[in-house]
Write a protein that binds this ligand. Structure first.
Ligand SMILES: CC(C)(COP(=O)(O)OP(=O)(O)OC[C@H]1O[C@@H](n2cnc3c(N)ncnc32)[C@H](O)[C@@H]1OP(=O)(O)O)[C@@H](O)C(=O)NCCC(=O)NCCS
Length: 186
């Protein structure tokens, strides 16, 4: 399966063990503030373990995690993945983050668009969805730019830092992706 996804601003590729030191450096509270399942490793050993798990999951078709590499600098810029793969209903959830010093350059939008191509063309999925914290306007904007439709709010469905949060659900169907194509250059 072709696994490197090449855009104008970013390249998405499977994680390598040698990414571990850089992954640890990217650990930053502002990245995890509005994420659900993300755990950024704190030590290189933890990062290597985390990457090995990503590689295993990728091979087994359980979770498809990609490193986002900036084409401008050649450095790691973030992470994106398709998870909760429902093979019967051909659905998956997408999640992503970008290191803070690379925000607002259109990298997440292009990464999402590339992953949608992978989801619909390579994995032959029918629908991809994302859930964002209600307060996460930047992420909502990324999804809108990538052609997702706001589907609804899962009220107080997520507990983080001792309080309940609403998650907003966004979805895109294959036919919508095919019709609209890459909606924004970001
Ligand atoms: C959300 C996130 C991935 C966006 O990455 P990015 O590479 O900066 O995204 P893009 O540059 O493609 O697009 C960001 C858009 O949000 C807008 N934006 C940024 N901050 C904003 C804010 N506070 N309020 C409203 N809009 C905002 C930008 O202006 C841009 O929109 P525009 O192109 O119309 O100007 C990044 O901020 C991040 O990693 N956040 C922490 C982790 C996270 O929230 N992940 C998503 C979980 S679902």
């Amino acid at each position: 399966m072709k696994t490197d996804l090449v855009g104008e601003k970013v390249i998405l590729r499977p994680w390598k063990a040698s990414d571990a030191p850089e992954l640890v450096k990217m650990a930053n509270a502002s990245v995890t503030r509005w994420t659900t399942s993300l755990r950024i490793p704190k030590t290189v050993e933890e990062a290597v373990k985390n990457i090995r798990k990503k590689q295993r999951n990728f091979r087994e078709g359980r979770v498809y995690s990609f490193a986002i590499v900036s084409r401008e600098t050649g450095r790691l810029a973030g992470s994106i993945g398709l998870f909760k793969i429902d093979k019967e209903n051909k659905n998956a959830e997408v999640g992503y983050w970008i290191r803070k010093d690379y925000w607002n350059k259109g990298l997440a939008t292009e990464a999402v668009q590339l992953v949608l191509g992978f989801a619909f063309k390579n994995l032959k999925l029918h629908r991809v969805y994302a859930r964002t914290f209600k307060e996460n306007t930047a992420s909502a904007r990324v999804l809108e730019k990538a052609g997702f439709t706001k589907e609804g709010v899962d009220r107080e469905c997520y507990r983080k830092n001792g309080r309940w949060h609403d998650l907003v659900r966004y979805g895109i169907l294959k036919k919508e992706y095919d019709e609209k194509g890459p909606v924004s250059k970001g």
